[in-house]
Design a binder for this molecule. Structure first.
Ligand code: C5P
Length: 294
């Protein structure tokens, strides 16, 4: 397909993720942090991206629920631009983004939208298509979480989140309760607060080696959930600690914050306990998604 050829409309789901665990290994010279984290897709919570052929060479982005996102700083637009620059394939299009995944929730909504655009472009780029590795590398230039959304399932991540290994966290049969308080946490702030609380622990050689050992990921137990950003985020937003406590009180086998928050999740072995958590946590402004793990 060349840039002027028509294509048919696509309506694509752009799912959320949670971090089943998130360990911050240290601060890098470039300001990013080395992580050890386990990404888990939440397919039942997703934005919708509709791509229709354009009438010229531009992209026109509409977001009916969030006009603020209709800008060139939107990651969907940046993905389209970056893919065009890398491959020469940049078809004109109308994009409609219907937002369901909360922003500032630690659920990767914007990163997922970018990956959805990259995936579509690569599938339609014909001879201009990138290899999987090239596409992952391009995704990493857009954001640390973007490459994960090009994977097709849970993945262990090292580096800043871009060194990915498919993983099987073994949650089949468990019920996930995802709580999304009406509260936004700024990700750069959360990492900076972690730096301050951890005495700006710079990465040394041994930490770098640990963070890069993707060939031998540590075994993952569903109960091994920890999020190193919780102490600083909970100190600023004590209501989030209360939600975590309620998840545990209602019988969650494990509960944690996702990413830099503000969303939290509980994993339940028993669906009735999961539903009691929903009843206990449903308050004004708190959205909850319940989903069965596969
Ligand atoms: O890559 P992305 O733009 O999504 O990251 C947002 C911000 O989160 C970064 O600017 C950085 O402050 C912080 N971050 C980090 N270490 C990571 C991922 C994100 O410090 N591994």
């Amino acid at each position: 397909m060349t840039r002027s050829e028509p294509f048919s409309e696509s309506i694509l789901a752009s799912p959320a993720k949670i971090n089943l665990y998130l360990k911050v290994l240290g601060l890098r010279e470039d300001g990013y942090h080395e992580l050890d984290t386990l990404f888990y897709p939440v397919d039942d919570l997703h934005d919708t991206v509709r791509i229709e052929p354009g009438h010229d060479e531009h992209m026109y982005l509409r977001c009916p629920e969030c006009p603020d996102l209709e800008s060139t700083s939107n990651l969907i637009y940046k993905a389209w631009k970056a893919f065009g620059a890398a491959t020469g394939f940049q078809p004109g299009m109308f994009v409609t983004l219907n937002k369901t995944v909360p922003m500032g929730g630690g659920l990767g909504g914007g990163s997922s939208n970018a990956a959805t655009m990259l995936r579509w472009l690569n599938e339609n780029a014909g001879p201009n298509a990138l290899t999987t590795q090239e596409l992952l590398a391009l995704a990493a230039t857009l954001g640390a979480d973007v490459p994960f959304f090009l994977m097709d399932g849970p993945a262990l991540a090292r580096g800043i989140g871009e060194e990915l290994t498919p993983a099987s966290p073994g949650l089949s049969g468990m019920t996930l309760v995802l709580v999304m308080p009406d509260l936004h946490v700024d990700t750069p702030w959360a990492f900076q607060a972690w730096d301050e609380a951890n005495d700006f622990r710079k990465i040394d050689d041994s930490l770098t080696t640990l963070g890069k050992d993707t060939k031998n990921p540590s075994p993952v137990s569903p109960l091994e959930v920890v999020n190193d950003l919780e102490p600083v985020v909970f100190a600023k937003h004590p209501t989030l600690r209360k939600i975590k406590e309620k998840l545990i009180q209602t019988g969650a086998a494990a509960a944690a914050m996702s990413g830099s928050g503000a969303s939290l999740f509980g994993l339940y072995r028993n669906r009735d306990s999961a539903m009691s958590a929903v009843r206990a946590l449903k308050e004004n402004g708190t959205e909850i998604v319940v989903t069965e793990c596969r």
